[in-house]
Design a protein around this ligand. Structure first.
Ligand code: T46
Length: 141
């Protein structure tokens, strides 16, 4: 049974885990992933103290799983901000469009799997926080 937990600005889904001689986890489009997957990528071997992300996407939606180790994920919709830890391979956070996100506190063994709704296009990124806030109609900075 998959379970969905709301966070302040998004949600985390716990995908099914089959336990026998080991563990097998799986996800299906629609049931667990709310978009057709056009791309996936991994992030690993992050140097201590690194901050990754620091952008929002105009069109691309993503689900991010920390499939080994742990990270801190920060989300910001232009009005509110939240941070939480991801440390279970079966727990994926939904990254909607126009959601500023930052990943920090990478454990040395951390490995992220990200599935995305669209191919990589640099023009889809908003990498300047002030521009993001203006587009999101958020707080004055
Ligand atoms: C995101 C977070 C969670 C590609 O050429 N193709 C790709 O599919 C991706 C994902 C990246 N790249 C290039 C673009 C940059 O030259 O790889 C380089 C590093 O990308 P970036 O600095 O955006 O990496 P992160 O870890 O800050 O962000 C990544 C994703 O890019 C982003 O979409 O949401 O992970």
């Amino acid at each position: 049974m998959n379970q969905t937990r709301n966070t302040k600005l998004s949600y985390i889904i716990d995908i099914p885990v089959i336990v026998d001689e080991g563990k097998l986890m799986f996800a299906e489009i629609e049931k667990h992933i709310p978009f057709a997957i056009k791309r996936f990528y991994f992030i690993s071997d992050i140097i201590p103290g690194a901050i990754r992300g620091k952008h929002a996407h105009k069109k691309t939606k993503q689900m991010l799983f920390c499939i080994r180790g742990s990270i801190t994920m920060t989300l910001d919709n232009g009005k509110e901000r939240e941070s939480f830890k991801l440390d279970k391979p079966e727990s994926g956070v939904f990254l909607d469009t126009m959601m500023w996100h930052e990943m920090t506190d990478f454990s040395s063994d951390s490995l992220l799997l990200v599935v995305a709704s669209d191919p990589y296009v640099e023009e889809d990124y908003i990498r300047d926080y002030k521009t993001f806030i203006q587009l999101a109609g958020g707080k004055n900075i």
